[in-house]
Design a binder for this molecule. Structure first.
Ligand code: ADP
Ligand code: ZN
Length: 715
């Protein structure tokens, strides 16, 4: 059984990982973190979203013989999801929060220490009130504090209620605390440990690299092209979903309307909606009823959906932390995902306005600058991101637009000259788009009203498109030749360096503008690929997704709770055609094997043209699988939803078929001897007596064991 003291923590942890999650190995750091918790040491864990933090406190909860692991989280919406996911894997968990009735909450709290709940999710506010009534020697195995950066004013998401969590160490000095976060710079990290009063915590810093997410930044190609780009993504991942992040509610509404108008299933999400509207939108997204959500930054906290395949930033985010967190919502299952960001000077101007209004101007301005540098980079973007998080990477990633499509350089001296002299001629009184219009000789009314059509450089840049000018002007700003006067209506000004370039005709090198590549589908006309045109693997994947959706509907859970995309891909790769093969698939734990193997294996067999039906006696095999996995008879009965006596019947026939040869966990020596004695002494009355003394069905097991022992002697 899994509590055999002979196995050490590490072996037991691996066994639990296989049994409950169906994973074969831990990711880097996970086992160290688990061990440190099992040794009752405090810890601070930094890992990116999708890095696998949950397992770090869930496995210690399972390792603990008794007691409860508390998980403090501000994300109430996420709790339900986590509890459902745990239950789907056979782990008893519950949540206490304001989304449930007080009656439900009380009920859970009342049975908290009866051993029926291993993991409790609770909001910080609620925990702080409850804890005052709890006895000081409750069996708490661990307190995990998720989103721990909320405790620090340095972080980007400070929550005052978190600071009260310092009480935990006062009340339960010997209960280990694990503080977890996806974003924390050094300052925040130290602050977390100090504020929680952790004693000599172990520090674990995971890699922030998410190599499965491809990175791309596109200099604003205009609204129509952005929409076209998003439409292509939806088409390409038509069974999956994505997020479009927008800078404002208005922008989110407008993109949503456009996408709906093109016939896509889209919803909008922002803080201006009512709670009910927001919940509805979120549920639709989680359940896969819509393909895309157009949202502001308000969306995403509490989204644990593992099969988000793409994220588009319709506008540049305000800092790299937010950007990284938002793109990190894609591809949490580790399967290929895409992150694309559009950015324009309009965004930067808007964001600059936010900075000026914010409380911490200097810090926020610096953060915005770093974000902009990322957007404008001509180096591997992943290297820039990782270095922002103080992680070094010694090679280019090969999965970002810069790596895949290195910029070509051109002599930009003439371009610079035209732009700079145009600025001089309008005395630095125009903004970004007006300058382009002047250079391109556009006939906009306000341009003519101001008399700009009369200056010498009017139309001097006609040979370049608006998008080309957009790119080159941006580069001239990056190069420090031009500056944006945020305090003067965002007008473009020549810097002293720009003035020198103009005066001395210094050479300027620019990265050649490239049209963003267009993919085959086009806006409005959705390509409905015929199933026959798909590769076989894609066809099977689609079939398995259908199976998943049906099961999810039946159980009223989101599809990814049944299986993540990654598991479906593994099923496509390995094509298991029986239960045993199914059970071996990465990401398939025991509970899910028993629950789901039939529908999936049936679909795979049908796909492979295996005509013969699934054999009989399957239920016995399931029982055998669970026995081998360490379940006892009670557990098997509960997992399969059958009577214990039926499980004993299975055991009897498994023993008869020589499939089961270790009975130690099923019947004790005393029980066996008792049955055999009565069988000798009182064959008539034995059943009546035995049925009172031991579970119904167990005496038959004893007889089968006895036959088995005889058979083995004869061999
Ligand atoms: P986080 O909380 O850090 O954002 P999660 O705990 O939700 O990340 O994990 C992200 C995904 O990675 C989940 O689908 C999880 O099941 C998977 N995962 C975690 N640990 C492992 C592992 N050792 N092997 C395979 N998959 C894992
Ligand atoms: Zn790269």
């Amino acid at each position: 059984m899994d509590t055999n003291p002979m196995l050490d923590i590490k072996e037991r942890a691996v066994a639990l990982l296989r049994r409950f999650y169906g994973y074969t190995s831990f990711r880097p750091l996970q086992l160290d973190i688990i061990t440190s918790a099992a040794e009752r040491r405090d810890s601070v864990v930094l890992m990116p979203t999708g890095g696998g933090k949950s397992i770090c406190y869930q496995i210690p909860a399972l390792l603990a013989e008794g007691g409860v692991t508390l998980v403090v989280s501000p994300l109430i919406a996420l709790m339900k999801d986590q509890v459902t996911a745990l239950a789907a894997n056979g782990i008893p968990a519950a949540a206490v929060n304001s989304m449930q009735t007080e009656e439900e909450n009380r009920h859970i709290l009342n049975q908290l220490f009866t051993g029926r709940i291993k993991i409790l999710y609770i909001s910080p506010e609620r925990l702080l009130t409850e804890i005052e009534h709890w006895s000081r020697d409750l069996p708490l195995s661990l307190i995990a504090i998720d989103e721990a950066h909320c405790i620090s004013q340095w972080g980007h998401d400070f929550r005052p209620s978190y600071t009260q969590l310092a009480r935990l160490k006062e009340i339960y000095p010997s209960v280990p605390i694990m503080a977890l976060t996806a974003t924390a710079d050094r300052l925040t990290r130290d602050d977390i440990a100090a504020q929680l009063r952790l004693s000599d915590p172990a520090l674990f810093i995971g890699s922030f690299d998410r190599p499965n997410i491809s990175l791309r930044v596109i200099n604003d190609p205009g609204r129509q092209r952005r929409l076209g780009y998003i439409a292509e993504l939806i088409d390409r991942y038509r069974h999956d979903s994505g997020i479009v992040y927008c800078i404002s509610r208005k922008a989110a509404e407008s993109i949503n309307e456009a996408l709906c108008g093109m016939g896509y299933r889209s919803v909008v999400y922002h803080a201006g909606l009512s709670v009910a509207e927001r919940n509805l939108a979120q549920d639709k997204f989680i359940n896969g009823d819509v393909q895309v959500v157009c949202a502001t930054v308000a969306f995403g906290m509490g989204i644990d959906k593992s099969n988000i395949r793409w994220v588009v930033h319709n506008n540049m985010p305000r800092n790299i932390e937010s950007y990284y967190q938002e793109i990190g919502r894609a591809g949490r299952d580790g399967v290929k995902a895409e992150a694309t960001m559009f950015y324009s000077y309009g965004d930067i101007i808007t964001l600059q306005g936010f900075v000026d209004e914010s409380g911490q101007q200097a810090i926020n301005a610096e953060k915005l600058k770093r974000m902009q540098e990322y957007a404008e980079a001509s180096l591997c973007r992943r290297r820039i991101l990782l270095s922002y998080f103080n992680e070094t990477m010694d090679h280019d990633c090969g999965n970002c637009d810069v790596c895949l499509n290195p910029p070509q350089h051109i002599d930009g001296s003439i371009i610079a000259l035209k732009a700079l002299s145009a600025i001089v001629r309008v005395s630095g009184n125009v903004g970004f788009s007006m300058l382009i219009d002047i250079l391109r000789g556009a006939s906009r009314q306000d341009l003519i009203d101001k008399g700009y059509h009369l200056i010498k450089t009017y139309g001097a840049g006609r040979d370049l498109s608006y998008r080309e000018w957009n790119s080159y002007l941006s580069q001239l700003i990056q190069l420090g030749l031009i500056d944006i006067a945020y305090n003067e209506g965002n007008h473009l000004k020549i810097t002293p360096y720009g003035a020198r370039v103009l005066r001395e005709r210094l050479p300027v090198t620019l990265a050649m503008y490239k049209e963003p590549e267009r993919r085959k589908s086009s806006r409005g006309k959705k390509v409905v690929e015929k199933e026959a045109e798909l590769k076989p693997a894609e066809r099977l994947l689609n079939e398995l997704k259908e199976v998943r959706v049906k099961l999810a509907r039946k159980e009223q859970v989101p599809p990814y709770i049944v299986f993540s995309d990654k598991v479906l891909l593994e099923l496509v790769r390995t094509e298991p055609t029986d239960m045993e093969a199914f059970a071996r698939v990465e990401g398939v734990g025991e509970k899910k094997t028993v629950k789901y193997w039939k529908p999936f294996v049936t679909a795979i067999r049908k796909f492979k043209g295996i005509a013969e039906p699934l054999g009989t006696g399957l239920s016995h095999d399931e029982t055998l699988l669970l026995l081998n996995a360490g379940y006892d008879v009670k557990g098997i009965a509960a997992t399969k939803g059958i009577k214990e006596s039926t499980v004993y019947q299975h055991i009897v026939s498994l023993i008869r078929q020589d499939k089961l040869t270790d009975f130690s966990s099923i019947i004790t020596k005393e029980q066996y001897v008792r049955v055999m004695t009565l069988a000798r002494e009182d064959p008539e009355g034995m059943w009546e007596k035995l049925n009172k003394e031991m579970p119904y069905g167990l005496p038959q097991v004893a007889l089968a064991v006895s036959d088995f022992l005889l058979r083995s002697k004869q061999k």
